[in-house]
Write a protein that binds this ligand. Structure first.
Ligand SMILES: Cc1cc2nc3c(=O)[nH]c(=O)nc-3n(C[C@H](O)[C@H](O)[C@H](O)COP(=O)(O)OP(=O)(O)OC[C@H]3O[C@@H](n4cnc5c(N)ncnc54)[C@H](O)[C@@H]3O)c2cc1C
Length: 446
């Protein structure tokens, strides 16, 4: 093998990976198909084009997990954060940028780097040999996606995400909800009590259906069609098909007894299932939705037990190509079946510009280390990058794996007092712990 690193995709992840590897002294060839082959969302031929919002979200590195990820990327000499800072626009606590100046400056930096060569054009097949990073994003071209599918199997490559909202476990009101699997199924007590159940009376269910039908929804993007989503219908579409559809579908109350009031049978039940090995996150089973975020928060808070819930992420359905990383990748982001190939960015099952760039940063550093004859372990679990890579390469439930934003639910818990004040203090404790651990991880590389 040569010591050149090839990267497919010059988006958020590929651009950051190229910069990191080149800065480590490794020659990089960056393959990008735009502008000769386009996608429905990109407009230009620039690297790191922002396809929708011009914001990298919160820049609060003390009490916000995205802000902490910004901090870690800056500490690791991240190009995306550096260029974002240079082209920042006033946006309160958020890091918003002039998208054209930002993408142009990333492009100029990469093209000017002595160790980076741009290779325009679409790559249509998984490469056989050499060192590669695949960072082709949610809109990976069809031919390459087919080739990935041939390697990983159809089950392990998704073409859209259908994300059910995810709730922080410690914000569910367990004086209303209870833990039980339907018909107490399972061999162990843990299995028999695997789900959180939120009961509804008939009037509560009727009010919930009314709210679902009235809620603001987002439209499908051009290039997405409802046909993608057969078998995975948004809950509001199920409600449109009949007021009882949900009660006979994801909200069926059968096989469950409410220990808070065993004599009263719930009219409908919303079930939440554990979403990570730490047990800090629960997803709302079957609750994929196209409701706008504001509507989701108010409608879901009508569910008894979730009245004070905090959401680690809200639901959505989008065109999105991503692999089942928990089964396919090792913790160095290598494809287990073809370890000369790494994956990075949104295609690994993270979601968002920042998370994608962060995974590019790790993949670029790990690939460079390997080429230089070293091994780079992932950052510790208590850091934002470490929590994300741990989640996608092992911590997440493989069977229900869906793209994930960075959030404190992915971090090992820290003890702190409950309540609002307590939560703020806890977030600060998370970020303090993360910064120290991240600095140690960086120091070990120098
Ligand atoms: C419609 C839409 C709207 C979104 N809005 C937001 C938002 O507002 N905020 C947010 O944080 N995230 C948003 N996302 C998610 C966003 O795409 C990702 O967070 C981020 O851009 C992913 O980074 P990436 O590097 O993995 O992929 P991308 O940035 O998409 O980069 C992948 C690159 O690979 C190239 N490519 C694909 N196939 C090939 C091939 N075969 N050969 C060569 N090159 C190829 C593409 O042209 C592209 O440049 C949105 C996604 C979509 C699809």
């Amino acid at each position: 093998m040569t010591n050149t690193l090839h990267i497919i995709g010059g988006g958020m992840a590929g651009s950051e990976a190229a910069f990191q590897a080149a800065e480590a002294g490794v020659p990089v060839v960056l393959h990008e198909m735009r502008p000769s082959v386009g996608t429905f969302a990109h407009r230009t031929g620039n690297f790191a084009e922002m396809v929708c919002s011009n914001s990298f979200r919160s820049d609060d590195d003390e009490r916000n997990a995205v802000g902490l990820l910004h901090w870690e990327m800056r500490a690791a000499n991240g190009l995306i954060m550096q260029m974002a800072h240079n082209h920042r626009l006033p946006a309160g606590g958020a890091l918003a940028v002039d998208r054209d100046l930002f993408a142009q400056s990333v492009t100029d930096h990469l093209l000017a780097h002595p160790l980076i060569t741009a290779a325009p054009g679409e790559i249509t097949e998984l490469p056989q040999d050499g060192h590669w990073i695949i960072a082709t994003g949610p809109l990976t071209s069809g031919a390459l996606a087919e080739s990935i599918r041939a390697e990983t199997g159809a089950e392990a490559l998704a073409f859209f995400d259908a994300i059910a909202p995810i709730v922080y476990a410690d914000t569910v009101d367990m004086s209303v909800a209870w833990m039980q699997s339907r018909y107490d199924k399972g061999e162990t007590v843990e299995e028999q009590t695997a789900y959180v159940n939120c009961p509804m009376t008939k009037p509560q269910y009727e009010a919930f259906i009314d709210a679902l039908l009235a809620a603001d929804k987002t439209e499908f993007h051009e290039g997405e069609t409802a046909g993608y989503f057969d078998g995975c219908l948004p809950i509001e579409v199920m409600a449109e098909r009949g007021r009882e559809t949900l009660r006979f579908g994801p909200m069926k109350p059968i096989g469950l007894t409410n220990p808070h009031d065993p004599s009263v049978k719930a009219y409908a039940v919303v079930q939440l299932r554990r979403d990570n090995a730490l047990g800090t996150l629960y997803n709302m089973v079957g609750f994929q939705t196209k409701m706008k975020y504001g509507a989701q928060t108010s409608v879901f808070k009508m569910i008894p037990g979730l009245q004070d819930a905090t959401f680690a992420r809200l639901g959505g359905i989008h065109r999105n190509t991503f692999i089942n990383s928990p089964t396919l990748l090792d913790n160095r982001m290598r494809l287990k079946s073809r370890p000369n190939i790494r994956f990075a960015g949104q295609i690994t099952g993270v979601e968002g510009y920042v998370e994608s760039a962060a995974m590019g940063l790790l993949a670029g550093r790990m690939a460079a280390a390997e080429i230089l004859g070293r091994d780079l372990p992932p950052p510790p679990l208590g850091t934002a990058m470490g929590s994300l890579i741990h989640h996608i390469t092992g911590g997440a439930e493989a069977k229900t794996f869906q793209p994930m934003n960075v959030n404190f639910g992915l971090f090992p818990p820290i003890d702190a007092k409950g309540g609002r004040r307590g939560r703020k203090d806890r977030y600060k404790a998370y970020t303090d712990r993360a910064k120290e651990a991240f600095n140690q991880w960086l120091a070990a590389q120098s």
